[in-house]
Ligand binder design. Sequence first.
Ligand code: SF4
Length: 231
Amino acid sequence: MTKKSDLIYLVTNYLEQQAELGLNELYMSKKTVKKSAVSSNGNWQDSKTLAELNSKIHGCTKCRLAKGRTKFVFGVGNPKAKLMFIGEAPGRDEDLQGEPFVGRAGQLLDKILAAINFKREEVYIANMVKCRPPENRAPETDEMDTCHPYLLKQIELLKPRIICCLGRISGQYLLQTKEALGKLRGKIHDYNGIKLMVTYHPAALLRYPEYKKETWEDMKLLRKEYEKLSA
Ligand code: SF4
């Protein structure tokens, strides 16, 4: 049974979407309203571009994280990028701005990218989940399971040649392993025919600067693999 508060939330969300579309009249039974709110993004699988996918899923309410978000954080970057970074989840700044990696960790990511001659606009950046978990906790497995089809569709549309997982959470999830980050980093894995690397999350580097040396080794390896793509 859906709780009354959940139903009110779903209806409110639906009405906000209708208002965004300029619709200010509504004639529906309660049953229809509930069904519409849940399935309003039903045809996102047919999206042909990242922008279309974003427009179809940005009102998603499929998991509990929808309740706490300010902005949906789809992903950002070059839609033709060969290199994709996948982090964990939006934090406070990302939730406010609707863009991944824009806070202190994001600024550090920009510096890391610059150190290996990449601009943010050249690559694509996304997260395992698109809505901010409360208190910046890690996303839970069921939340990532629910959100994962969206990420898979992003990967399908982007067709990256290399994926770099930022942190243990995305690395372990995509590689379906419980191995520690220390064991996953520093090498090239195969992810459905795409080269995949795992390195430290920039937020971890802010807390533990001693990991910067290993991250630098990973970034040099990443650049080397990237160069091979056009060799
Ligand atoms: S985290 Fe993903 S599945 Fe959950 S509400 Fe946000 S977009 Fe939907």
